[in-house]
Design a binder for this molecule. Structure first.
Ligand code: SF4
Length: 103
């Protein structure tokens, strides 16, 4: 025989289990979406003309260094002539506003 307080305990346990499943499903979905977004961003880094990158005009790209700063010493430079944040090809002697010196 189940008493009133035992019924509510069983009912509360069922609600907790249901909420846990719902939370797990939401976390699983969010994780999947996050993985897809990261994978898309990774693909953008190697795609020279990705629309997610800045254009040369937007970042004032020039094909010669600025002072001692050049693509060859920038963290965004990808050999032999790529850039992870700007569209198109670059030379190791180029430069733009997004320059960040390699440590
Ligand atoms: S200086 Fe600009 S164009 Fe050159 S690698 Fe760095 S971010 Fe890219």
């Amino acid at each position: 025989m189940i008493h009133g307080s035992e019924k509510s305990t069983a009912s509360e346990a069922a609600e907790v289990t249901s909420a846990s499943r719902r939370g797990f499903c939401v976390a699983l979905l969010a994780g999947g979406l996050g993985y897809t977004a990261v994978r898309s961003r990774a693909a953008d880094l190697v795609e020279p003309d990705s629309p997610h990158k800045a254009t040369k005009a937007q970042v004032h790209y020039q094909d010669h260094p600025k002072d001692i700063r050049s693509c060859g010493t920038c963290i965004h430079f990808k050999k032999p002539n790529g850039c992870t944040v700007m569209q198109g090809e670059v030379t190791k002697d180029g430069w733009c506003d997004l320059f960040v010196l390699i440590d």
